[in-house]
Design a protein around this ligand. Sequence first.
Ligand SMILES: Cc1cc2nc3c(=O)[nH]c(=O)nc-3n(C[C@H](O)[C@H](O)[C@H](O)COP(=O)(O)OP(=O)(O)OC[C@H]3O[C@@H](n4cnc5c(N)ncnc54)[C@H](O)[C@@H]3O)c2cc1C
Ligand SMILES: NC(=O)c1ccc[n+]([C@@H]2O[C@H](COP(=O)([O-])OP(=O)(O)OC[C@H]3O[C@@H](n4cnc5c(N)ncnc54)[C@H](O)[C@@H]3O)[C@@H](O)[C@H]2O)c1
Length: 442
Amino acid sequence: MTHNAYDSIVIGGGSAGMAFATAAAKLGARILVIERAELGGTCVNRGCVPKKILWSAGQIARTTRAAAAQNIATKTVIDYQALIAKRDAHIADIRDIYAGNLDDAGVALLRGQAAIIDARTVDVGDTTYTANQIILACGGRPAEMNIPGAALLSNSNDVLGWTTRPDRITIIGGGYIGCEFAAIFHALGSDVTLIHNGPHLLDTFPKNLALHVQNGLASSGIRIRTEDGVTAVKQTGTSLGYTCASGLTDTADAVVAAAGRTPNIDQLGQFAETLVVADTGALAISDQFETSQPGVYAIGDIADRLPLTPVATADGTALAHMLYGNGAEAVDLDLVATTTFVYPPAAFVGETSIETLRSGDLTPLAQNVLSDVDHNEAFYQINAERDILRGAAIAAHGAEDIIAMAAALIAAKAPVTSLTKATPVHPSFAEEYFTEQPRRRR
Ligand SMILES: Cc1cc2nc3c(=O)[nH]c(=O)nc-3n(C[C@H](O)[C@H](O)[C@H](O)COP(=O)(O)OP(=O)(O)OC[C@H]3O[C@@H](n4cnc5c(N)ncnc54)[C@H](O)[C@@H]3O)c2cc1C
Ligand SMILES: NC(=O)c1ccc[n+]([C@@H]2O[C@H](COP(=O)([O-])OP(=O)(O)OC[C@H]3O[C@@H](n4cnc5c(N)ncnc54)[C@H](O)[C@@H]3O)[C@@H](O)[C@H]2O)c1
C-alpha cells in the first residue's frame, strides 16, 4: 500500500525531528513523523534529562555530605530506587507532552522502523510512504567497543536504565559522558575509576578548563588513568575483571563504555549508503541541511553539526522555516554554549584559544561557609580580541546558566568594558571576574 499525503516525512521523533515537525506543521506543511521507539529520543529518554536529574541528586548528596562534615547537618543518603522511579515518571510526562504537541500541530505520527527507498520514498514494514522531502533526524547511539568481552560492557543507555547503583564502576572514555557519569555516580556513593586514552580529559574543552575539571574529579576521590584503555573484559565471579593497555588489571561491578557515539545512518536501508559522510562519521550537509541526495535533508546528531540538543532543536526549526516559511539561518556553531555536568559544572563558549584577558582558580567568598570537603573551587577564563569579548570558560555553581549570559555578550560583540559598567552582586562568584578582572587589567 502507498500513502502519498505528505510534504515531508521525518524519520526520528527526537529533539531535531520534533522541532522540525511542529514548526513545519504550524507553517501549514503536511508532516509525517516516523519513530521506532519513544518520542523525545536520546535527550529525553537516555540523555540530558535523566542525566541531569541524577546530577541534581548527586548535588544534594555532596552538599549535605559537606554540611555533615562541618557538623551542621546530618548526612543524607539518596534512595536510588525512589530517585529512579521519580525520574522515570517525570520522563513519561515529557513524552506525553510531546505526543500532545504533535497532535496539536496536526502532525501524523507512525510507530515503526523506517528505511529510505529513494529521495521521496520511505518504507515502514510493508507500507510505502512518499513525500516531497525526507528529513533524517535519526540521531545516534553509543559507539561499540571492539574488545574481547565487549558484550559485558554497559553503555550510556544501560547506565541510565540502572535501577540499582553499582558499588564499583569503571568508565572508559573521558569525554562529556564519561566525566559526567564519573562525577554523578561518585557523588551518589560509588567508587569510580575513569580510564581515558588521551593525555587529559575533555579534549574538546579549553585545556585550562579541562585540567581544572580533571583535578576536581581526582581530588574528590575518582581514580583517573590517562593515556590508557581497556583491552579486555571478562566475568570474574559476580564482578567484571578487566585488563588495560598499560598492563593494569582490576575488577568492578560495572564497566561502562563512554567512548563516543555513532550516527544511525546504517539502519536506514541501502539507499542511505549513497549519502556522503563527513570525517566525523555524520552526514555531510549543505548550509540548507541538504545531504548529497537532493530532497534528502539531515538535522540533529545524524548531521555533521555539534551533537547537542539545542543545536538539534534550533536546526530543526530553522529547516522548517527554510522549506515552508520565510527562510532562516542555521545557528552559528561558534556561539553555542556547552556544559559538562560535573561538580561544579564546567562550561565554555566562543573562542578560547586567543588572548586570555584573565583566568584563575577561585574559592568564591559566597561558598566558603559550605564549601565541599573535597575540591569545589571555581575557575574562569575570559578571552578578548582587540578589547571585544570573544570567549569565556567557567567552572562554578550555576555555570550552565552563567555561560548563556557570556554567550549573549559575545554574540553582541560587547566590549570588555561592558563587564565593568554593570555592578554584580556581593557576595557572588560574578563579582570576582566581572568587576575585578578588567579593573586589574587597567
Ligand atoms: C548520556 C547523554 C547525555 C547527554 N546530555 C546532554 C546535555 O546535557 N546537553 C545537551 O545539549 N546534549 C546532551 N546530549 C546529547 C543530546 O542528547 C543529543 O544531541 C540529542 O538528543 C540529539 O537529538 P536528535 O533528535 O538528533 O537525535 P535523537 O534524540 O537520538 O533522536 C533520534 C530518534 O530517531 C529514532 N530513529 C532512529 N533511526 C530510526 C529509523 N530508522 N526509523 C524510525 N526511527 C528512528 C530514534 O529512535 C530516536 O528516537 C547527551 C547525550 C547522551 C547520550
Ligand atoms: N552535557 C552535554 O552537553 C553532553 C553530555 C553528554 C553527551 N553529550 C554529547 O554527546 C557526545 C558523545 O559523548 P561521549 O562522551 O560519548 O563522546 P566524546 O566524543 O565527548 O568523548 C569520548 C571520549 O572517549 C575517549 N575514548 C575513545 N575510545 C576510547 C578507548 N578505547 N579508551 C579510552 N578512551 C577512549 C575519546 O578520546 C573521547 O575523548 C558528545 O560529544 C556531546 O556532544 C553532551
